[in-house]
Write a protein that binds this ligand. Structure first.
Ligand SMILES: [Zn+2]
Length: 932
């Protein structure tokens, strides 16, 4: 299942199975809502109720000794009613005994385990699932004097009557994950008393492994200080909270690899030998007859899916069945134009969300009603504070949809959305959003803490010049990924062993970084009107509505931002109605048009047209009885994929060769948009140079704005580079409304425009010039870290990485391919190299001294050409090898001529020219001696 980790803003969406959420979704004013209150007395009774009261009435003489024994065992135990009646043995032990009726054997039930209190590390924050994202269904199976915990094989499904059933049965076993002693049985009432204590110590959910892996070290469960904290029985669920204590004699011993990345070693424990957590288990029997009909997925509309191997498709090429993840939302009155749903989707605002931010959080959630209203649902999405009389509220309890805030010293993820699904059907049963408090803290700062921009040359630049078949990362990611991103990646890999799949979702975290830089640019805007607090609230509502989209089952849509042009983004009426992106599931940067003007829609003010359309696909009621019966209606909706605002491109499409499927780009004309962003960054930088720091403040504030604006500007260049050899993909099927080509080369004019943007901004003689007055004040105040402001290295690394990206084997391969498809016309490799080299070597022949940063760039370019000119067979496109070789021959002549004619050159420039000439000459000579 896909989950979305919002990185330091991370959305991890989970699926765990749970079938029914009873009143958790009931609307606040709904009379049904009263149920929990009414239950209260029942619960109290339940807890104290001693079944023995009835027993004595039975006739003693006839009593089976087993029955008497059973009654004797439970006589003094505390009983908790509910779907899983439990007895708590509290006197000499902390045992939990389950009263298991015989007719519940082999019945499917579900358990959701979540951290009520967590540990700061290893994805163990409060609210996170314990163990795998998907906790599958279980069933009890009696085996002699034991009861086994069995998990059915839901990854491979088949019908007993299928032609291939016999073979399937031999291949796809169930899992046996626990075995519990039957302590007594009551043959009269057909009951077993099963000691299930160990189930809640977490081994089944890999909790001990998570603790030991997350903190590192020899942590073991300390049973003496562990046991049930609260046990409650509700009509449909049993909710059990355990306090569990893990102890390591040597304390935490973080994974050295993670320490190297700067991740491990941090925890919020008072003494790292003691790691206490509380885990809430919600359990219930699955309802077979809930009436929910699974919905098939379509690649044109972006939903998370529950996938399984389906034996009835054994003879098909694609044997996978994919059900979308969505809530079961049904109209009360199917004939009414606007009807309330039978069970609305209610989100509870956890008390951890500070009062002042609740309106913004509610706004972000309720925005989705726009999509449901278009489908005829009234008040489908609702928000409530924790009802005052709800004494049983627990944010980790699966009966609630919750939005909460976590507090940790550093940013663990930004924001994360989790949802849990019925593993049979993909129905979302509950979901939650966790916002990282650091998001708000970061935004309240005047200036962003410096992120990765101080990173010096990665040393990877030359590695992309030749084809590297083994590498899965894109060149861009390989060259520019920050330490933080790599750390997250490593941490996510750690989680893979617990059954977590993940998608890197850095929405909230990255957006907060851009938000702060944009705030600086806003200070310089002429018409600046918004207060910081208002600005933060708008940001927060945008973040919450993005995470809410995940909770409703939606995946990212990075094509959403191609809906409006840069000019249209300045039109407030238009953006009020359509948003600044067609989808809130995009990563959309703060609207630069509003930033430059000082007023307007900085963030998404509403969900977009794609979101409305996608919700239609997932939530339209067709009253079908089977998934196949609604195939036609679904195809009709999906066939609108070519309509304006419906384009869909997701994580696996993003930040690669489709220049319109990019995280944090914007507009239908992204290159024009990038120019505006570069202008905003320039303004932020100028503002910093003239206004910062304020008297009495450290110079680090100015340095941070300068370095961040440079890093962000380079990001625009990276985005522009995707147009070179770019391919515009599209998910249209044949015959779709507004159908467009599915894989079209970017046209020549646009590629030229992209290259011009990069060369002008980043490879020109005056690129990256800072006023001399700031160069000796580039201090940073990063916890006393040693920093000498090695600006030449920092800037040089950015330039060289950019150049490597443009000359990389993957970029040049695609340019060659695009020319071929365009009938040998258009933007070719000769023009590509010619333009780049013309800019990089512009001074050579102008009788001008070459400054150090430029000499570094030229040397890197020469080396790149030599690597490509001498590339082994098949390591680069043959045209690239030829052009590189030819360019070197021409450059050597230019260098030679300049050394002879230049009379205004400084010493270092002369040396640089002679050295370059000789280096090329030696390289070319070696070519004549040894065959390639
Ligand atoms: Zn996301």
């Amino acid at each position: 299942m896909n989950r979305c980790l919002t990185s330091a803003a991370l959305a991890i969406v989970f699926a765990i199975g749970l079938p029914t959420i009873s009143y958790a979704q009931a609307k606040p004013e709904d009379p049904k809502k009263e149920e929990p209150k009414k239950e209260e007395p029942k619960k109290e009774e339940g807890k104290k109720e001693e079944p023995k009261k009835e027993e004595p009435k039975k006739e003693e003489p006839k009593k089976d000794p087993k029955v008497a024994d059973y009654e004797r065992v439970v006589k003094d135990l505390e009983r908790v009613n509910g779907p899983f009646p439990l007895y708590l043995r509290t006197k000499n032990s902390k045992d939990i005994l389950l009263e298991l009726p015989e007719d519940k054997l082999e019945k499917i039930f579900l358990i959701q385990a979540a951290f009520n209190t967590g540990l700061d590390g290893g994805f163990m924050h409060a609210g996170m699932p314990v163990g795998a994202q998907e906790v599958d269904a279980f069933k009890w199976r009696k085996n002699e004097n034991k009861v086994w915990l069995v998990r059915p094989n839901l990854t491979y499904r088949w019908d007993k009557n299928d032609n291939f059933a016999t073979g399937a049965e031999r291949s796809f076993p169930e899992a046996i994950l626990g075995s519990f002693s039957i302590e007594a049985s009551n043959p009269e009432k057909k009951l077993y008393l099963v000691n299930v204590t160990s189930l809640f110590y977490g081994q089944v959910f890999r909790l001990p492994e998570m603790v030991a892996g997350g903190l590192g070290g020899a942590y073991g469960l300390d049973p003496e200080k562990s046991g049930p904290e609260k046990v409650k029985g509700f009509p449909e669920q049993t909710v059990l909270q355990m306090k569990l204590h893990f102890f390591s004699p040597r304390g935490a011993e973080p994974n050295p690899f993670l320490m190297l990345l700067g991740l491990a070693g941090e925890n919020t424990l008072e003494d790292d030998r003691s790691a206490p957590v509380k885990v809430t288990y919600t359990m219930w029997y699955r309802k077979e007859d809930s009436g929910y009909v699974p919905r098939m997925s379509d690649p044109r509309v972006g939903y998370f899916t529950s996938d399984f191997f389906s034996l009835d498709k054994y003879l098909n090429q694609d044997r996978t069945t994919r059900y979308i993840n969505r809530f079961n939302l049904v109209k009360k009155d199917p004939t009414a134009k606007l009807s309330e749903p039978v069970k609305p989707l209610v989100w509870t605002i956890d008390p951890s969300i500070p009062e002042i931010y609740r309106p913004a959080v509610k706004d972000g959630i309720l925005r989705w009603n726009k999509a449901f209203e278009a489908l005829g649902f009234k008040n489908a999405v609702q928000v409530q504070d924790v009802p005052k009389d709800d004494k049983d509220y627990d944010h980790a309890d699966g009966r609630y949809n919750v939005i909460r805030l976590s507090v940790a010293p550093s940013s663990p993820f930004g924001a994360i959305s989790l949802f849990r699904t019925d593993p049979f059907t993909g129905e979302i049963l509950n979901s939650s959003i966790t916002l990282d408090g650091n998001l708000i803290a970061d935004l309240m700062q005047e200036h962003m803490r410096n992120q990765a921009s101080t990173k010096v040359a990665s040393g990877r630049a030359s590695q992309v010049l030749l084809r590297s078949p083994g590498r899965t990362q894109t060149d861009d990611h390989f060259l520019f990924s920050t330490q933080e991103q790599e750390t997250r990646h490593a941490a996510a890999n750690q989680m893979a062993k617990f059954g977590w799949s993940y998608e890197d979702c850095s929405h909230a975290n990255e957006l907060s970084n851009m938000a702060v830089l944009s705030w600086t640019a806003l200070q310089a805007a002429p018409g600046m009107k918004i207060s910081k607090e208002e600005y933060v609230k708008k940001f927060l509502a945008d973040c919450v509505s993005h995470e809410m989209g995940h909770c409703l089952g939606l995946r990212h849509n990075f094509a959403g931002s191609t809906n409006l042009t840069t000019d249209q983004l300045a039109d407030d009426n238009l953006t009020n109605e359509q948003g600044i992106s067609a989808s809130v599931m995009d990563y959309t940067p703060p609207n630069v048009q509003a930033i430059l003007r000082g007023t307007g829609n900085f963030y998404m003010p509403t969900i977009g047209p794609y979101d409305v359309w996608a919700i239609k696909y997932g939530y339209a009621n067709f009253s079908a009885k089977t998934p196949l019966a609604e195939k036609f209606q679904l195809a009709q909706i999906a066939s609108q994929s070519g309509r304006p605002g419906h384009a869909f491109m997701t994580d696996e499409d993003a930040d690669n060769w489709n220049p319109y499927a990019v995280r944090f780009d914007s507009a239908k004309d992204p290159l024009h948009y990038s120019e505006r962003v570069l202008l905003a960054h320039k303004r932020a930088q100028d503002y910093a140079v003239t206004h910062l720091p304020k008297r009495g403040e450290s110079y680090s504030k100015r340095t941070e704005v300068i370095l961040n604006s440079i890093a962000r500007s380079v990001r625009e260049a990276r985005n522009a580079s995707r147009f070179l050899g770019g391919v515009v993909s599209n998910r249209n099927f044949r015959g779709d409304a507004g159908e467009k080509p599915t894989l079209a080369p970017v046209d020549a004019a646009t590629q030229r425009q992209a290259l011009a943007l990069i060369t002008k901004g980043f490879f020109a003689q005056n690129s990256f010039t800072l006023p001399p007055a700031v160069l000796d004040k580039l201090s940073l105040d990063e916890n006393g870290r040693s920093w000498t402001a090695p600006l030449r290295d920092v800037l040089g690394a950015q330039q060289q990485n950019l150049l490597a990206l443009l000359l990389s084997a993957t970029t040049t391969d695609r340019i060659a391919e695009n020319v071929y498809k365009s009938g040998n016309k258009g933007f070719g490799l000769d023009e590509h190299y010619g333009t780049i080299l013309g800019n990089v070597f512009a001074e050579v022949g102008q009788n001008k001294s070459i400054v150090p940063l430029r000499r570094d760039l030229q040397r890197f370019a020469l080396n790149a050409l030599m690597v490509q000119a001498s590339a082994p067979q098949n390591a680069v496109n043959e045209d690239v090898r030829m052009i590189a070789s030819d360019s070197l021959k021409r450059l050597v002549k230019r260098f030679d001529a300049q050394t002879k004619t230049g009379d205004k050159l400084d010493n270092m420039t002369r040396m640089h020219l002679r050295d370059s000439r000789d280096t090329i000459q030696r390289f070319l000579d070696r070519g004549t001696m040894s065959a390639r």
